[in-house]
Design a protein around this ligand. Structure first.
Ligand code: TYD
Length: 136
């Protein structure tokens, strides 16, 4: 079984269209302190390449698609993100990279903490060493 936790977001759609609700500590498993979104990304340019020490996040692709590479230090899983009804939990200490953005991709991210650069691990070897120590 994969370590990646996907969250199925129910749509309250009807004949008029779709409606998805995001609620902290209900379908989003933390207090939502920050929301950001990424769009207009050159398909050739990947983003992310970091893990967080304490911040949890849920990513939702609102439009278009991209691939989220998730890495827990042992396993790497590619998740195709192509539905606004699909949430992907980026838990603490999960290295993640976003690749292959479509031109119309809008990737929204909900985060459990305000932006804090010291919460980032941006060096893969540092991340890998910390995870290897944890699993010894
Ligand atoms: P960066 O971490 O490089 O984005 P990505 O994860 O998509 O590769 O962030 C780009 C810039 O934006 C960087 O200077 C940090 C800044 N930033 C904030 O100020 N607040 C935020 O909430 C985020 C996510 C980034």
């Amino acid at each position: 079984m994969s370590f990646v936790r996907e969250i199925e977001l129910a749509s309250l759609g009807d004949s008029r269209g779709e409606l998805v609700v995001l609620e902290e500590n209900k379908n989003i498993p933390f207090d939502i302190k920050r929301v950001y979104y990424i769009y207009g990304v050159d398909p050739k340019i990947p983003r992310g390449f970091h893990a967080h020490k304490e911040t949890k996040q849920v990513a939702i692709c609102l439009s278009g698609q991209c691939t989220m590479l998730m890495d827990d230090g042992k396993n790497k899983v590619n998740v195709l993100m192509n539905s606004p009804k699909q949430g992907v939990l980026i838990d603490v200490m999960q290295w993640h990279e976003m690749h292959d953005f479509s031109e119309d991709c809008i990737l929204m991210v909900l985060a459990s903490d305000l932006y804090n650069e010291s919460d980032y691990i941006r060096d893969y070897n540092t991340f890998k060493n910390l995870m290897d120590e944890k699993h010894v």
